[in-house]
Ligand binder design. Structure first.
Ligand code: NAP
Ligand code: MG
Length: 526
C-alpha cells in the first residue's frame, strides 16, 4: 500500500487505488471458497459437533458463506477447562514473549487484511472501507495492548520503603492476570470487538475463551487463525460458536471464568452482569453496551461540516454502530438549511452489495433487524415526518437482501419513545432547539452515554465538552459527528448505560482492567 497512507476511520474516504485492487483480488478468492465448513478451536484442536448452523450474507440470503458448529454445554465446559489448564504456563510466560506473539498475530492480520475485510463485508453487510477499517483497527488494538505493556514495563512499580530502623522493607506493586477471560462479541464490529478484548486479555497474561455473535462467526474464526498461526500455545485462546442463550449462558455461568468482556446490547449485557454476580465473589465485568448518540448543531456551526459528519455517522454501517448518530438537535434558525443539506447528501448514498466499490450502505444484518426497521418506520410515519427514506428496498438486486433506505425523520414530538430507544437501523430523528442549554439537557436525557458531537463556536464546544455525559465527545468533525474512533487516538467507551469500566478501550487506562494488583512487601533484617 502507498507508504504515506494510514487507514483509519478518519482517512478512509480517500483511499489509494491500490487498496481497491487488492480488495477486488481478495473478493474473487473468497467468493471461490464459500460454503466450507469451519470448526471451533478448543485446546488447539478443531472441534466439530453434530449440530451446525449456516452463515449467510444479509446482502443475498441465498448465499451460504460457511457452515459453523452449533456448540453446546460440553464445548463450553471443555473450552473453559482448556483455558484453565493453559493459564499457569501463559501467565508465567514473560510479558516480553507474550507481546512478541501478539505482535506476530497483528502482522498476520495485516497480511490477511483484504481477505478478512471481504469476509467482514459479506458477513455483516459492511462496505469495503469500513470492513477494511474493522480489520486494521483490530491489528492496531493488538499492537496498542502490546505497546502499553511495554511502556509500563509489565506494570511493576517500586513503592515507598517502610520507615523502619533495623530492617530494609521494600514494597513492589505488580499487576497480575486473573485467569480465564471470556470474550463475548457483537455482530457489528466482529473483528475489533472480538480481537481488541482478546488481545488485552492475552497480553495481560489471561487465557481466553471467545464466543462471537451467531451472525458473524467467520470473522472471529479468522482472528483465531491469526493467533494460532502466530504460535500462541494450545488452550491459551479457544474459539467456540453457537447461540448466546445456550452456549453463551453456559460460559457466563461457569465458575472457573475469572472475568468477562461483553460487547453488545444493554439487555443482554445487564443480564450477564446480574448472572455473573451469582458467582462466589465479585469478578471483573467489562460491559460495552448501546448508545443513543446526539449531534448538536448551533446557529454558528459550519453547516457543511455538520451535514457531512452527521450523514456519515447516521448511515455508516446502516446505523448499526453503537456510536451511530441517531439524534440530531439543530438550533432553530439553521434548522431548514441543515435539513436540506442532510437530505441532499443522504439521497446521494449508494445502497447495494457492500463489497462493491461505490456502495456506501449495505443491508441490515438479519431478518429481525429488517423487521425492526419496518416496525419503527410504521410508528415514525404516524407520529413524525419522513424527510428521506422510510421504506425497504425489494426490487431487482435488492430482492434477496435486507436493504433499507437511509431514513431521516423530522417533526417527531420530543416525548415520543423513539427519541430515547436505540433503534440500531438506519434511522435518525432531527429536532429543533432554542438554546444550547436546552440542547444539552435533551442530549443528556437518555440512559446511554456513549458518543456525542457538536458543531459550533469554540465557546460552545467548551461548554459541550464540560456538560455532555458521554465517554467519547467530538467537535466540528466532518469525518463523523459521533463515529470513527481509533485506538491510540480516540479511546472508546461509554458512561451510564453504555459501559461499566469507565476506562476506554484503545486508551492508556484500559489494559489495567485485565489485571489485579499484588503488593509485595519484602523484609530483610539489617
Ligand atoms: P446482542 O444481541 O446483545 O449480542 C451480543 C453477543 O451476546 C452475541 O455474541 C450473542 O450471541 C451473545 N449473547 C446473547 N445472549 C446471551 C446470553 N444469555 N449469555 C451470553 N451471551 C449471550 O448484541 P448484537 O445485536 O450482536 O450487537 C448490537 C448491540 O451491541 C447494540 O446494542 C450496540 O450498541 C452494542 N454495541 C456496543 C459497542 C460498544 O463498544 N459500546 C460496540 C458495538 C456494539 P448470539 O449472537 O448467538 O445471540
Ligand atoms: Mg443480536
Amino acid at each position: 500500500m502507498a507508504e504515506t497512507f494510514k487507514l483509519t476511520y478518519g482517512t478512509m474516504y480517500n483511499p489509494p487505488e491500490e487498496l481497491h485492487q487488492k480488495y477486488d483480488a481478495a473478493l474473487a478468492k473468497v467468493k471461490a471458497s464459500l460454503g466450507r465448513e469451519h470448526g471451533m478451536i478448543i485446546n488447539g484442536e478443531e472441534r466439530f459437533v453434530a449440530d451446525k448452523f449456516e452463515d449467510r450474507t444479509p446482502a443475498d440470503t441465498d448465499v451460504v458463506l460457511g457452515i459453523f458448529q452449533k456448540g453446546g454445554v460440553q464445548d463450553a465446559n471443555d473450552a473453559v477447562e482448556a483455558a484453565k489448564r493453559a493459564f499457569p504456563g501463559w501467565s508465567h510466560t514473560p510479558w516480553q514473549e507474550r507481546i512478541a506473539l501478539v505482535r506476530k498475530a497483528a502482522s498476520l492480520m495485516d497480511e490477511r487484511i483484504f481477505e478478512m475485510g471481504v469476509i467482514v463485508g459479506m458477513e455483516v453487510g459492511k462496505n469495503r472501507m469500513e470492513a477494511l477499517g474493522d480489520v486494521a483497527e483490530t491489528a492496531d488494538l493488538f499492537r496498542y495492548a502490546c505497546d502499553q505493556m511495554e511502556a509500563n514495563q509489565g506494570f511493576v512499580v517500586e513503592m515507598g520503603r517502610d520507615p523502619l530502623t533495623g530492617y530494609l522493607s521494600t514494597n513492589t506493586s505488580v499487576l497480575r492476570p486473573y485467569g480465564v477471560w471470556l470474550v463475548i462479541s457483537p455482530f457489528n464490529f466482529p473483528c475489533a470487538l472480538t480481537g481488541g478484548p482478546t488481545a488485552a486479555a492475552l497480553v495481560a497474561g489471561n487465557t481466553v475463551v471467545i464466543k462471537p455473535a451467531t451472525d458473524t462467526p467467520w470473522t472471529s474464526r479468522m482472528i483465531a487463525e491469526c493467533l494460532r498461526d502466530a504460535g500462541i500455545p494450545a488452550g491459551v485462546f479457544n474459539y467456540v460458536t453457537g447461540p448466546g442463550s445456550t452456549l453463551g449462558q453456559t460460559l457466563i455461568d461457569h465458575p472457573a471464568v475469572a472475568g468477562v468482556t461483553f460487547t453488545g446490547s444493554y439487555e443482554v449485557g445487564m443480564k450477564i452482569y446480574r448472572d455473573f454476580a451469582r458467582g462466589r465473589w465479585v469478578r471483573p465485568t467489562i460491559l460495552e453496551l448501546g448508545g443513543k448518540n446526539p449531534a448538536i448543531v448551533t446557529r454558528h456551526a459550519d453547516l457543511e461540516a455538520a451535514a457531512v459528519g452527521i450523514v456519515r455517522s447516521a448511515f455508516g454501517l446502516q446505523g448499526q454502530k453503537c456510536s451511530a448518530c441517531s439524534r440530531v438537535f439543530v438550533e432553530e434558525p439553521v434548522y431548514d438549511a441543515l435539513v436540506d443539506r442532510l437530505v441532499e447528501l443522504t439521497r446521494k448514498l449508494a445502497i447495494g452489495d457492500p463489497t462493491e466499490r461505490n456502495v456506501y450502505l449495505g443491508p441490515v444484518v438479519n431478518k429481525s433487524s429488517y423487521k425492526d426497521f419496518q416496525d419503527f418506520c410504521a410508528d415514525l410515519g404516524r407520529h413524525g415526518k419522513f424527510l428521506n427514506g422510510g421504506h425497504v428496498l425489494t426490487e431487482g438486486a435488492y430482492a434477496r437482501g435486507y436493504f433499507c433506505t437511509p431514513t431521516l425523520v423530522g417533526d417527531l414530538p420530543y416525548d415520543h419513545p423513539l427519541w430515547k430507544t436505540e433503534m440500531f437501523v438506519p434511522i435518525t430523528t432531527v429536532g429543533k432547539f432554542q438554546t444550547l442549554d436546552e440542547a444539552l439537557v435533551m442530549a443528556n436525557d437518555v440512559e446511554y452515554g456513549l458518543t456525542a458531537g457538536v458543531y459550533g463556536t469554540e465557546e460552545e464546544v467548551s461548554i459541550f465538552f464540560d456538560r455532555i455525559e458521554s465517554g467519547v465527545a467530538y467537535s466540528n468533525r466532518p469525518q463523523g459527528a459521533t463515529t470513527g474512533a481509533w485506538p491510540g487516538f480516540q479511546p472508546f467507551g461509554g458512561w451510564k448505560a453504555s459501559g461499566s469500566s469507565g476506562k476506554n478501550s484503545g486508551g492508556v487506562y484500559y489494559l489495567q482492567n485485565y489485571m489485579h494488583e499484588q503488593i509485595r512487601t519484602h523484609v530483610v533484617k539489617l
